[in-house]
Design a protein around this ligand. Structure first.
Ligand SMILES: [Ca+2]
Ligand SMILES: [Ca+2]
Length: 174
């Protein structure tokens, strides 16, 4: 049930992404890595029914942000492992799930929403999630050994901790 709810929520959020807004900015400083699942078992499934690892991004501002051109990677050597395509807008205060499935693709779901997959995977032994734009690192989050279905999640005070209640597409819980 929780899984379905999460998936439904992600779909709702992605639907919101496709709605044009006059107030869209490209102030990437407010886009943050908010939660990381580097050992996904049952926390969330993609549209193909697979359970790739995922990274949750959050728009911490009160304005919609156009993500096109923003880059996400699992390290600093190659920052541009995925460059967000046109048409991906992260609503004010909203969340975006990026599936780290090892095969870059953007899937248009039946309802027109986009599901983004990266060519890289996350290592459960520890790695990084790096957001950048034109070679400038905007946010970097390191994690060490991860446990299956336990996420690495940002707390309201900005510190990070393990969460046994992964919340893809929603505020983090501990
Ligand atoms: Ca990796
Ligand atoms: Ca979350």
């Amino acid at each position: 049930m929780k899984k379905l709810l999460s998936l439904a929520l992600v779909c709702v959020l992605l639907t919101a992404l496709s709605v044009p807004s006059l107030a869209v900015t490209r102030d990437f400083a407010s886009v943050k890595v908010n939660e990381i699942m580097a050992s996904n078992g049952d926390s969330l499934r993609d549209s193909a029914g697979e359970s790739p690892d995922w990274i949750e991004l959050k728009n911490e501002s009160d304005e919609d942000i156009d993500l096109s051109g923003l880059c996400l990677s699992d390290g600093k050597k190659n920052l541009e492992k995925i460059v967000f395509p046109e048409g991906v807008v992260l609503p004010a205060g909203g969340f975006l799930i990026v599936f780290c499935s090892g095969e870059e693709r953007v899937v248009t779901l039946d309802d027109g929403t986009l599901e983004i997959h990266t060519a890289f995977k996350l290592s459960a032994d520890g790695e990084k999630a790096v957001l950048s734009y034109q070679g400038v690192i905007l946010d970097i989050v390191r994690f060490d050994l991860q446990t299956k279905d336990v996420s690495w999640a940002k707390k309201p005070d900005g510190s990070w901790a393990k969460s046994e209640i992964p919340t893809p597409g929603a505020e983090n819980e501990f």
